[in-house]
Design a protein. Structure first.
Length: 135
């Protein structure tokens, strides 16, 4: 599975990351009154959103070839980038009508990103996918 994703990374990894991140940004930029209600606890939405973001970002970092990364470094960078984006997103929401910055939202973002990264580490290790040499 990972070799197939790596071979088709532009279409199956890079493009989905860009599209997903744009959707995430637009969704958090909409005023709260115009957001659809899914009947799911807000924190679960944050957790799931960042779980998916972390998976896509982890794969992007793992497959990119400009700076080959080890599994642990790709995981660490994905977690750091997702966490920083979560912080920026919470600050950004202060300026959106009907929205606010909440520490618990950021906490849910970071937990979701951590679970996404952990999920991918387990999948990569169990698949036997061999990484190119990275640092």
């Amino acid at each position: 599975m990972f070799k197939f994703l790596e071979k088709n990374k532009k279409l199956l990894v890079y493009a989905p990351l860009v599209v997903y991140w744009l959707i995430l940004f637009v969704a958090t930029t909409l005023p709260a009154a115009s957001m659809p209600s899914f009947g799911v606890v807000d924190k679960v939405n944050h957790l799931l959103a960042y779980f998916i973001l972390a998976i896509l970002l982890f794969l992007t970092l793992l497959f990119q070839q400009k700076v080959p990364l080890s599994l642990n470094k790709a995981a660490g960078y994905a977690l750091i980038i997702c966490s920083l984006y979560g912080m920026l997103d919470e600050v950004h929401q202060i300026f959106i009508p009907g929205r606010s910055a909440e520490f618990l939202d950021l906490f849910a973002d970071i937990i979701g990103a951590g679970l996404g990264v952990l999920f991918m580490i387990i999948l990569v290790k169990r698949s036997g996918y061999e990484l190119k040499s990275g640092f």
